[in-house]
Design a binder for this molecule. Sequence first.
Ligand code: FAD
Length: 641
Amino acid sequence: MLRKKLPFLHSLLSPVSRHVGHLTGHQYDVIVVGGGHAGTEAAAAAARVGAETLLITQKIHTIGALSCNPSLGGVGKGQLVKEVDALDGLCGRAGDWAGIHFSILNRRKGPAVWGPRAQLDRQRYRDFIQSELLSTPRLTMVEGSVEELLVTEPNPEEPGHHRVTGIRLANGSHAISARSVVLTTGTFLSGSLFVGQTTSPGGRIGDAPSSAGLSHTLRERLGLRTGRLRTGTPPRIVKDSVDLSLAKLHLPDSHPTPFSFLNTHTHCKPEEQLPCYLTFTTPGVERLFHHFLYCPSIESRVLRFPGRSHQVWLEPEGVTSDLLYPQGLSMTMPPDIQLRLIREIPPMRRAEIHTPGYGVQYDFVCPTQLSPALQVKSTQGLFLAGQINGTTGYEEAAAQGLWAGANAARSALSMPTVTLSRTESYIGVLIDDLVSRGVTEPYRMFTSRAEFRTSLRPDNADLRLTPKGFEEVGCVSSVRYQESLRVRNSLQDALTALQALFLSTSSWKKKLPSVPISETKSTLLTGLDLLQYNDVTFEMLASAFPESLSSFMEFAQRLKIEAVYKPHCDLNKKEIERIQREENMSLPQDIDYFSLPVSLSDEVREILDRVRPSTLGAATRLEGITPAAVVNLLNYVRVTE
Ligand code: FAD
């Protein structure tokens, strides 16, 4: 499924995209504002669902730009990429096209928490995303800055409830109508950049912030609560100025594992992958950090754990790039101090900085004001995704973007919105955490956030999500759907065949003499039981029983993982069913918690009134909600259902 080559994008984009006048008065189903990781997935998903979609972004050529680290995936984040791919999103396939160093992190732990990750070539990633969007039917892209959201006055029947009707561009002259709008403005909402004590307006280096008008509409017109967050990026280092012989060479996996379920190999050949290098901070780094402290929230890793040396990964920025990205060294100090600081690290004693590190401070919208479809509860048709919701990271943005875009399209096309539960996906965990708990610092995904991580594995994201994406959401192509059915049926047939191999331990010993089969185990074992042994592979079983198993060799690794996790997943099943029942018990959005005739403390009533959880499951996870309150709510919902 990997393409052979990409079209020459910039020549294709410029004529269609630079003039927006002809769009005035046009009615779109969905307008997506922002062409970052959330916006590109949102626009593509909305169009896949069937909506006439317009993507408006400040600079066409930055669509799909990696603002910070040149990498995708990792522990927790890799799971999100696999899930976005299972729902037919872009980032997994883009990673397979642009990856130049693939590795599975956490390999020493179980496959449930493996973290698929790749270093990326920045230009290739951007090219792939742009090319995909260009070839997406029903999607138009224009360059422009959105200044204002057009919304109706509150409905007197439902005080405080607005409906979005479109957007107005920065020059004030162009208004474009839409039934749904997805805002994905990243770090640009009232963004200000800082280096040392100098601050300047900006959303990212070289880019202006979103106009104040947008923040004004959100806060003043729609009454949304916003907060302010900070993030930072390290300086980019001139590669030739670094003595890499003083750092530890870190090679990629010899067989790169693609992110996408549709790909069997990556664009970069195994032998063409580039290495990374590992080095460490020194006491001199710590001393300088303490001495020139500008932004503790960013320059904090060294400060929070004094006396330790911290890993600094020197990562390539691309195949032809002359730069290295020193992962782990985010800093906002003045450039001369940044130079002194990096030169405290042996391989960088003579290093030159190409672009200094900097920080950005920006507005985010408190995400407890969103529904699980990522729609603003008080404004019909307005969806938010990505950094604007208080998250950080490309993967978190992409996951929300896909879900918000699909729902924005469904809402515009008068179909009910859809939700993902935390029992079925990391995307469900991410959204549930955001809308029910909110954020106090930039939210990023960790595997520890997912209670059912042994079931929500990277290897089975297609089984969990592709059928739902096709049958219920409408964001998955039939090609991918058919492929997922083929895989699901083959895996089921293989598991049945393994279970049908029902032999005594002595027969197994004869068949597999090299495997130490314990006598204390049951005297009769199935092939599936045996596959749970550490030293038994599917290949071994297939060579012992070629007639029943050899046709499933393509799935050898997946079957091994399925077998290993089967006992955990069987245990999880009951708990998941219970939670799903609770999840499905919806709490009416117009409920008056202050007069609810059940025993709830004033504090609990206040929390419920403020957050308005949409399900009982979401209410359970709110901070300050006691188990007793949940039982009382449950009884109330049962009676009224
Ligand atoms: P973005 O990728 O920022 O995209 C927003 C898009 O919206 C941009 O294309 C912008 O031009 C467009 N836009 C904004 N306003 C308007 C408007 N009014 N009209 C039209 N278009 C508009 N992530 C990490 O995981 N770890 C880190 O350490 C990290 N550090 C970072 C440091 C810095 C300085 C920055 C800038 C980002 C950092 N990131 C980091 C964050 C990562 O880049 C984001 O999480 C991710 O890009 C968010 O995706 P997004 O789609 O929400 O926003």
